[in-house]
Every structure is written in structure tokens, then in C-alpha cells.
Design a protein. Structure first.
Length: 660
């Protein structure tokens, strides 16, 4: 179809386009490689297979916004097929053949229908962005943003959307003009329909249109390719890569090497790991993480999306220099986030769980916290008391270790001194040891353990804080000290099972102490109680009260434990209600990420207030919790409510119904 001069011109333009595209992609690759090393290459075949499966099924995209996800799926599946479609169209321009009839029929039918699907998808997405303009695309005025973001995203989206619509539309019209010169093709129904509208044109006009739209379809690719590495469309290639390198437990932090490293945390872009820099380029800028963030939902300055998007715009602005090894010109705190945003994060993992491309915004925040605490000594002053208490007394309350077993007064509570190697070691935790209200959880667990007949004991005064709050606040060195001491103690006892009532202890002992030589079987008390009820070792009386369960973030999203607490509550005969946001979509209580030990950042409301209203709105008589900190946050709201529901841990509810 192309003349010889056109073929030469196309090949020259293609060579030029591919050169600039290659240069851009190479810079992106080199920029990502500048990130700090991070161990993410284990089980590589399984990682790649999982990433391919998630990408092809679009499972992560369809987690939220089903109609928008459907439009995205139209575009995605169409473009996957267009890799072959464009190749066939290219050959058609250079080689005199017409891919119609016979074996080409299935190909043409699929190409025709997916062409229409892409156009429906991209036009629907553009209407949504530019005409209906939902809150998804905005930020509250408090959110810190890179100076280029507010104008850059609409421009970039227009370029990408315009390219897709023009490219695919040109291809459709190219086929329509070709069909108008002969008979309609039942295997190209959409193109044939448009061809009927071109039937009145002269043969010369149809040939010209076919020619022009071929150039429109294939030529637009050559124009777009050099821009591709700088656009949001790069996620098409980098999202599957990012999904491949995700962590099985993304909330489990990797330890710092205090002997070899000189700088800790992230002050500048080059201090981030390569996976964090990959996050910035894989981001599709959909703001789903922002939508799920409890801090943003309550009017705080934190937007997980804004952090990654700002990093991306900064990288694009300095890409040539950064890729060549030069230092980035300014700290992350100057363009990606500020103090309010940094310390508002509850580490609830909602931003990670909801991200369709495998980004981990929470870890970006914790990297910056580490730098602030370890390198600069800057953190909210309220955390001083918690840090000092953990360091000197082994708990954030700062109460002496000699008081650690006072909660058990009057109860039959064996210690490891009496039973050196129990089958079940009950890790009480700091809150049930020292907080008067949470002590009732521990006392209820003693009743349950003694009624079940299991062989158990506690560490007593040898137990110290796991260090979760210190680590989430960025004080990795304090966490390291506590972890090393606890692992030495636990390895000496060598229990078959460690039982916890605090999801933060559960997560830390099960997932993070492995890096310090402590590999244990750890169960949360909801799992333990559910198993006791299932096996008949625990019998409870019927209870008719209506209960709504609040999913703790560190039990649910961080560790995937959703059914056990519900099974335990139902096993106790309770009528279980569900709040609108439950399981993976559960909303944080506001205590995580060391928030419990500091003042909450200013916003429209407290995170706990938002959650409490939802739980009370179910009409339940009891709010059931599985975490002492969740309980404390709900009780803050109960104290300000004239007609509150009762707040009880599931252990308390089960213990109340124990049969002799």
C-alpha cells in the first residue's frame, strides 16, 4: 500500500522514534537502579507467574470501582491484542496482502470488537475525568504536592487519552475505508457498519482515506513512543514488573544493617530502595490509595497517592541527571510530603492492599520516618515518653518490669519458671499487662486457657515490648534492641505455639522476628479460640446479643485473618452484624503506626470517630474488638456518647459464656 518513498520515510521515522523511546526507557531503568538494594528476587518463577496471572485477570483492578475497572479492562485487553494487530497492519502497509477470509476471520473479529471496546473504554474514562470530574482526581488543600502535579496530570491524561482514541479510531477508519471499496465483512461488524457510511465516496477518495488513516494509526505510535517513558502510560509495562516484586507480607519491614550502613531511612530520592522508585513509575495515578486512607478520609494532610505522584514528577524533571548518578537537588520533604502528612500515617496497609499495580506507599512513609528519627532526631515530642519507656522499662507506658504480672493477681497463671517449656506460651503484651481496661482481656484469656485444659504459661517479668510502635515510628534501632532481647528469651523457652491477644504483637512475632533468628508458630487469640470451639475443648452458653466486629488492621490486612474472629463470635452464640467497611475494606481505628502514643494530626475528625460512627450505625449492642488498642480507641468515642454500645474484646465475650 505504501509507496517506496513512504516506506523509507516510515522506517526513518521509526528508527528515530525507537531511539528516543529507548533513551527514555533506559534513563528510567537507570534511575530505578539507583535505588538502594532490596531483596525481592526469591522465588522468581512464582513471582513472575503470579504477576502475569494478576495482570491478565485484572484482579487487582477490579477490587474497587467496578464500572471504571470495566472501562479500564476494555482498554487493557484491547491493547494486549493490539500488539499483534499493529504488527499485521504494519505488514499490510509494506507487503501486498489482505488479511481477510479463512484463518484471518477469528483474528479480524477479535480485532474489530476489541477496537470498539478500546474506544468505549477510553472515551468513557475521559468523560469521567474531564466532564463528571469526581473527587477521585482532587486533593484537599492541606495535601503537599509537587508543583507540577496539579497541571501536569490533566495534561498527561489528555495526551495519553488522545493518543489512544486517535490511534485506535484511525485504525478503525482505515479498515472501514478498505471495506467500503468492496463487500462488508461479517467478521468485522463495527468496521463494516462505518463502511456503509463511506459508500458514497469515490474510489479515489476511499483509497486516499485508507492511506491516510493507516498513517494515522501507525504514525501516531511513532509520535507517542518518545513521550511514553514520561507518561502515566508507562504503567502498562511497569505494573506487571511491580506486581512481580511485591512482598507476601508487605507490612513486614526489612531490617536495617547498623554495622554496614552509614545512612538510615530516606531523605532524598536516591535513599529509597529500587522497589520504591519502581513504585513511582508504576503508579497509574488513580488515587485509590488516597480513597482508602483513613488519614485522608478524616481530612488530614496525608495522601499516599500524592507522595508517589510527586516522586514521579520530581524524577521526570531531573531524569537525565538522576539517571547519570547526580544527587537529587532537594529532600523528599520539600516536594513529596510534609511533617503533618509524615506523622499522620496509621500504617493500616489500606493503601497497599487497594493498589492495582502493587505499590507500597506506606513503606515510603516509614523510610522517611526512619531518616527523621535515626539521622535527624526529629519526631513528635509525645513519642519521647514511649521511646524512653520501651528502652528503660521494656514497655511504652514506662511502668517497671516488676509490675508486669500484677494483672494476674488472684488468678492461676503459671510462668515459665514453673513450666520451662509449655506447649502454648501466652504472650500477654504491654497493653493487657499495664492498661487497666485491657487487663480484663488477659484475665478473660486466663479463664479460657484454664477451661480448655491446654498446657500453657506466660513469660511474666521476662516479657518485654515487641517494639512494634518503635519500628512504625521510625526508631529501628530501639526495635532492633527489643527484638534481639525477646528472640533470645523465646528461643530459650522454645514454645510450640505463641498465643497473642494483640495483633501488633502477633504480626511482629510471626513475621518480623524471623530476620533476627526467631521463627515461631504464632496464633492470634481469635484463631486459638475458634479452634478450641471447633474441637469441642471449649463449651460456651448461648448468647443472643447483636455484635459487630471491627477488623484490626494488623490482624486483617496485614495477616489475612478475617474468618477466625467471626467464627469465634458465632461459636459463642452471638448474632454477628457487619459494618459496610469490613474485612479487606475495614477502616482503621487510628491507633497504629505509633499514633496511640502521640496527638493525632489536625483534620475534619478523629479516625476513631469516623470508625465508631459506622460501627454504632449497624445497630449492634456490642462492638467486638480483637485488639487492645482498637478497644482503647473505641472507648475514647464511647466516653463522648450518651447512648453508646458496649465495647468488649472477643475473649471477654467468650469468657462470659463459659460452661463449667
Amino acid at each position: 500500500m505504501l509507496t517506496l518513498p513512504e516506506r523509507i520515510l516510515f522506517l526513518l521515522l521509526a528508527a528515530l522514534s525507537l531511539y528516543f523511546a529507548y533513551t527514555g526507557f533506559r534513563r528510567v531503568y537507570r534511575a530505578i537502579r539507583r535505588g538502594r538494594p532490596e531483596a525481592r528476587f526469591d522465588r522468581l518463577p512464582q513471582r513472575v507467574g503470579r504477576a502475569i496471572w494478576l495482570t491478565l485477570t485484572q484482579q487487582t483492578v477490579f477490587k474497587r470501582r467496578p464500572w471504571v475497572s470495566l472501562l479500564h479492562a476494555f482498554v487493557f485487553y484491547g491493547f494486549v491484542s493490539y500488539l499483534l494487530v499493529n504488527l499485521v497492519d504494519l505488514l499490510e502497509g509494506f507487503i501486498p496482502f489482505h488479511p481477510r477470509g479463512g484463518a484471518w476471520n477469528p483474528f479480524n473479529l477479535l480485532a474489530d470488537l476489541l477496537t470498539a471496546a478500546i474506544l468505549v473504554g477510553i472515551l468513557g474514562l475521559m468523560v469521567r475525568r474531564y466532564l463528571t470530574a469526581p473527587q477521585d482526581f482532587t486533593w484537599n488543600p492541606k495535601v503537599p504536592l509537587h508543583e507540577r502535579v496539579r497541571r501536569g496530570i490533566p495534561t498527561d491524561s489528555a495526551i495519553v487519552g488522545g493518543f489512544i482514541a486517535f490511534h485506535v479510531g484511525s485504525r478503525l477508519l482505515h479498515k472501514s475505508a478498505a471495506l467500503a471499496q468492496g463487500e462488508p465483512d461479517p467478521f468485522q461488524p463495527v468496521a463494516s457498519l462505518l463502511a456503509s457510511g463511506l459508500a458514497g465516496l469515490s474510489p479515489q477518495g476511499l483509497v486516499l482515506l485508507e492511506h491516510l488513516f493507516w498513517w494515522g494509526a501507525l504514525g501516531s505510535i511513532l509520535l507517542f513512543l518518545p513521550y511514553f517513558p514520561r507518561s502515566k502510560h508507562i504503567h502498562l509495562f511497569l505494573a506487571p514488573v511491580n506486581l512481580a516484586f511485591g512482598q507476601e507480607r508487605p507490612g513486614a519491614l526489612q531490617p536495617l544493617d547498623f554495622e554496614r550502613e552509614e545512612r538510615f531511612g530516606a531523605e532524598r530520592l536516591e535513599d529509597l530502595s529500587w522497589k520504591r522508585l519502581l513504585d513511582a513509575y508504576a503508579c497509574i495515578m488513580c488515587n485509590r490509595c488516597q480513597e482508602a486512607c483513613p488519614a485522608y478520609a478524616t481530612g488530614k494532610a496525608l495522601s499516599p497517592a500524592a507522595i508517589l505522584i510527586s516522586e514521579r514528577y520530581e524524577l521526570n524533571g531531573i531524569l537525565r541527571d538522576f539517571a547519570s548518578g547526580k544527587e537529587s537537588p532537594r529532600p523528599l520533604m520539600d516536594f513529596a510530603l510534609n511533617g503533618e502528612a509524615l506523622w499522620a500515617c496509621t500504617t493500616c496497609l489500606a493503601c497497599v492492599e487497594v493498589c492495582p499495580v502493587g505499590n507500597e506507599p506506606m513503606l515510603h512513609i516509614l523510610d522517611v520516618r526512619r531518616a527523621k528519627v535515626l539521622m535527624e532526631g526529629e519526631f513528635p515530642q509525645e513519642l519521647n515518653n514511649a521511646f524512653r519507656g520501651m528502652e528503660r522499662a521494656g514497655n511504652p507506658w514506662g511502668i517497671g518490669q516488676d509490675k508486669r504480672l500484677d494483672w494476674a493477681e488472684g488468678l492461676a497463671v503459671p510462668t515459665v519458671e514453673e513450666k520451662p517449656h509449655p506447649e502454648v506460651l501466652y504472650w500477654v503484651g504491654c497493653a493487657p499487662s499495664y492498661d487497666p481496661r485491657a487487663q480484663r482481656i488477659a484475665r478473660s484469656m486466663v479463664e479460657i486457657l484454664n477451661a480448655s485444659g491446654v498446657d500453657w504459661a506466660v513469660l511474666g517479668r521476662r516479657e518485654r515490648c515487641t517494639g512494634d510502635a518503635a519500628r512504625r515510628a521510625g526508631n529501628e534501632y530501639l526495635f532492633f534492641q527489643l527484638a534481639a532481647e525477646n528472640v533470645e528469651t523465646l528461643n530459650g523457652v522454645a514454645p510450640k505455639t505463641i498465643l497473642t491477644t494483640c495483633p501488633h504483637c502477633f504480626h511482629t512475632l510471626a513475621n518480623e522476628y524471623r530476620d533476627f533468628g526467631g521463627a515461631y508458630r504464632v496464633v492470634h487469640h481469635s484463631q486459638f479460640i475458634a479452634e478450641l470451639l471447633r474441637s469441642g475443648k471449649l463449651r460456651v452458653s448461648e448468647e443472643a446479643r447483636r455484635v459487630v466486629f471491627h477488623d484490626p488492621c494488623y490482624l486483617g490486612r496485614h495477616n489475612g485473618v478475617y474468618e477466625a474472629p467471626r467464627e469465634a463470635l458465632k461459636g459463642a452464640g452471638l448474632e454477628l452484624l457487619e459494618p459496610p467497611r469490613n474485612r479487606e475494606r475495614g477502616f482503621c481505628c487510628g491507633a497504629g503506626g505509633a499514633q496511640f502514643w502521640k496527638e493525632e494530626e489536625p483534620g475534619a475528625m478523629r479516625v476513631s470517630q469516623n470508625r465508631y460512627r459506622e460501627l454504632k450505625g449497624t445497630g449492634a449492642e456490642v462492638i467486638a474488638t480483637g485488639c487492645p488498642f482498637c478497644m482503647a480507641m473505641m472507648n475514647v468515642e464511647v466516653a463522648q456518647d450518651e447512648a453508646p454500645p458496649e465495647v468488649l474484646d472477643l475473649a471477654e465475650l467468650v469468657a462470659r459464656g463459659l460452661k463449667a
